[in-house]
Design a protein around this ligand. Structure first.
Ligand code: PEP
Ligand code: MG
Length: 747
């Protein structure tokens, strides 16, 4: 690139900054900017179009077109050349605009006389803000250098828009991040909460997009990239024992951090007058735009790596986001693109809700949110670009909606809803010490699911009769190394202490699938949910499982102990796991430790195959717990984490209920106790149907116990069974409709 062009570009940016620094108001600023650009680029026309709403662009300033058209001329996204630039995010450069496909004639602007057209998108980190256009009478195509210069200017305009430099009364130039915004997502966990935004990854604000001294900026960038390289190398050496995926990501980071072309592009931007931060962000915006376009998963992941790396670099350059002093607002509601269970657990129980742009209902982060009984909305697209830390927010987990900076009438409406929610809680609290006995006299045991010591305080107030499922892996997920036996034993002892003699069913480590331990080597698997997970890992590499079993025996210290093994697919797996446990008991006894006076060994039934295991399997198990989350996904062959198919099959589908009936009768033949601990057990209608089918024990998140008990106490399970049977012979796909109809007739 010629020195000449670079310094021209720098001069333009320098003048732009002066225009920004002036005291003029939004409109005057924009007017002076279009004048500046037109004269610097020696074009007759320069115009800025900004979004008035998500679908409409408005001409906000122009040099060269009819000034009367400002704030009058509008076009829809995709309409005309300007609309096309906005929609596709791609530059349009043509020497003969009137013949270009999509050209739209707007008489009020008088633009038909301009033959050439160059439009570049104004966007910031994937967010579309508007379009910057230059036009000339002579039919020339703009050079690569000119396009590049205009992109740099558009980048600065985007930053300025973000900083509120063009504020005015006009809707297209209104303040950003101040208006109410509603995001439609999907339900992750029901419930409503009101609070303030806490961003998982605070957005970095670039306050100085233009810089005077390119040499100083280039040095800042080189220093920051050096620092970044060192930190990536450190991460890589720390991750030596880590799993392959983790290493792959870090290797990709290293590749980008050392990428000459990435560095060269940023250095070129700096030479043109951008600050180091703006240069990084320009590259990041381009990567995000590409991410929206590419279909290839591998490429998308690499672009997302580049995005993460850019964030790190921006934090190094600005010092933002790493401050330790940042205060969480009151009633924090976490807003993130996505989050793993370990990271979520790090926040602890102070969160009042979670909003994710991605995520899935079956994921373990969702299970953590559910255990905490806080609303979760997933797939709230682009919320991280709009939300600022501390913004007021209402999360409506019942509808899957999020209201950011809600208007007063929305706040009032939700105040009533939140009050009703609290009222219902009080009603359920009144049932705490009453049994879940139906009108026909059948009593259902209701226990709770837990996975953290912090869950145990819910045991008393929820009225749970014990812990039907204690997921031990959460403890392993939050650490950066395998915890030691002593630490694990201490935790289990605390859990048993907190349960005060109530039964706690510990499930041995269920890792693999979406539960990836950061410190465990993992092979790339085409279908991790069907892969090397849970008991399969435990049996093939028994070290950790045996350590866990020892820890459980020591924690019990003579008290009764209940242990179950996850994801058993055939009898032999259970038999082998049980043998490990009995061996450990023997070993502990030999070492002189106290062993549990009363030991129960069970299996989770999560694969259809186990329902058809030999009778001896059922005879050998003290209890069976139906892991409906997994069982359902394998029964219907529908990934529990895939939003497209997850809800396609109702758990009250007659086939599934008939299958449950089969499991219940196999257990009845051998007198094996059976319970259901998947998430569906915590939904009142589902719980009622399971109980009607013959399940006498259900385990659920603590907050569900009240609503489930309330419903069971109101109905006759015999009548419910009759309704279900009628639905089953009617040819209905699911019994839900019949059951709901029947419930409506009850008073
Ligand atoms: C289940 O699969 O239903 C279950 C309880 O286990 P998890 O959700 O932890 O896989
Ligand atoms: Mg499971």
């Amino acid at each position: 690139m010629a020195e000449q062009t670079e310094s021209e570009s720098r001069k333009l940016l320098g003048r732009l900054r002066e225009a920004m620094a002036g005291t003029s108001a939004g409109q005057a600023r924009l007017d002076s900017i279009v004048r500046l650009i037109a004269s610097s680029m020696e074009t007759e026309v320069c115009s800025i179009y900004l979004f008035r709403d998500a679908e409409t662009l408005e001409l906000c300033a122009t040099e060269g077109l009819n000034p009367e058209a400002v704030h009058i001329t509008r076009m829809r996204l995709g309409e005309g050349l300007v609309g096309r630039v906005a929609k596709t995010g791609r530059v349009i450069n043509t020497a003969d605009a009137p013949s270009a496909p999509g050209f739209r004639f707007m008489p009020e602007t008088g633009e038909e006389i301009y033959a050439s057209f160059l439009g570049v998108p104004i966007r910031r980190l994937g967010e579309k803000l508007g379009v910057l256009v230059v036009q000339s009478k002579n039919g020339r195509a703009y050079s690569e250098d000119e396009i590049y210069a205009l992109e740099v200017v558009a980048m600065v305009l985007a930053e300025m828009t973000e900083l509120g430099a063009f504020l005015s009364d006009n809707a297209a130039m209104g303040a950003r991040h101040q208006h109410a915004a509603m995001f439609k997502g999907a339900v992750g966990q029901e419930g409503v909460a009101q609070g303030h935004v806490w961003l998982h990854e605070p957005r970095v604000v670039v306050t100085n997009p233009i810089a005077d001294d390119p040499h100083a900026e280039a040095t800042r960038l080189t220093d920051a990239v050096d620092q970044l390289r060192i930190s990536v190398n450190d991460m890589l050496s720390d991750a030596d024992l880590g799993d392959k995926d983790h290493r792959d990501v870090l290797e990709a980071y290293r590749m980008f951090a050392n990428s000459r072309s990435w560095m060269r592009r940023m250095q070129e931007d700096i030479a043109r007058g951008l600050s180091a931060e703006a240069a990084v962000e320009k590259e990041q915006s381009a990567a995000r735009a590409r991410m929206e376009e590419v279909g290839d998963t591998y490429l998308r992941e690499r672009l997302s790596d580049l995005d993460d790396l850019s964030n790190r670099l921006l934090r190094i350059l600005t010092g933002q986001g790493s401050e330790t002093g940042a205060e969480m607002p009151e009633n924090p509601i976490l807003v993130a693109r996505n989050i793993g269970p370990g990271e979520l657990l790090d926040y602890g129980r102070k969160l009042k809700g979670v909003v994710l742009e991605q995520g899935s209902v079956g994921s373990h982060a969702a299970i953590v949110a559910r255990a905490w009984a806080i609303p979760l909305v997933i797939h709230a697209e682009k919320i991280t670009t709009e939300a600022l830390n501390g913004d007021p927010i209402i999360i409506d987990g019942d509808q899957g909606n999020v209201h950011l900076r809600p208007a007063e009438n929305v706040v009032t409406a939700f105040r009533d809803k939140i009050a009703m929610q609290a009222e219902a809680q009080t009603r359920y609290a009144g049932l705490r010490d009453k049994p879940a006995t139906s009108k026909c006299g059948k009593t259902i045991e209701l226990t709770m699911n837990a996975g953290l010591i912090a869950d145990l305080p819910s045991l008393e107030p929820s009225g749970a009769e014990g812990v039907g499922l204690f997921r031990t892996e959460l403890q392993f997920l939050v650490r950066s190394r395998v915890p030691r036996r002593g630490e694990v034993a201490a935790l289990y002892a605390r859990v048993m202490d907190a349960a005060q003699g109530k039964r706690v069913v510990f499930r041995t480590l269920d890792i693999g699938s979406d539960k990836v331990l950061p410190y465990m080597k993992r092979e790339e698997e085409p279908n991790p949910a069907l892969g090397w997970r849970a008991i399969r890992v435990g049996l093939d590499k028994p070290g950790v499982m045996r350590m866990q079993l020892q820890a459980l025996i020591r924690a019990a210290n003579g008290r009764p102990l209940s242990i179950m093994f996850p994801f058993v697919a055939q009898f032999d797996e259970y038999r082998a796991a049980r043998t490990h446990l009995l061996d450990e008991i023997e070993r502990e006894r030999r070492l002189g430790h106290v062993v549990p006076e009363d030991l129960e060994i069970g299996a989770m039934l999560e694969t259809p195959s186990l329902a058809f295991a030999p009778r001896q399997f059922f005879e050998m198990t003290d209890f069976i717990s139906i892991g409906g989350n997994d069982l359902k996904q394998f029964f219907f062959a529908a990934d529990r984490e895939n939003e497209r198919v997850r809800r396609r099959y109702d758990v009250l589908n007659v086939s599934f209920l008939t299958f449950l009936e089969h499991i219940i009768s196999r257990c009845a033949e051998t007198g094996t106790r059976v319970s259901y601990c998947g998430e569906d057990a915590g939904r009142p209608i589902e719980a009622l149907c399971f109980a009607a089918m013959g399940l006498r024990s259900l385990s659920m998140r603590p907050a569900s116990i009240g609503p489930v008990k309330h419903l069971i106490r109101r109905v006759s399970l015999d009548d419910a069974k009759q309704v279900i049977d009628e639905a089953r012979v009617s040819g209905a796909q699911s019994v839900r409709g019949h059951v709901m109809e029947w419930l409506r007739t009850l008073k």
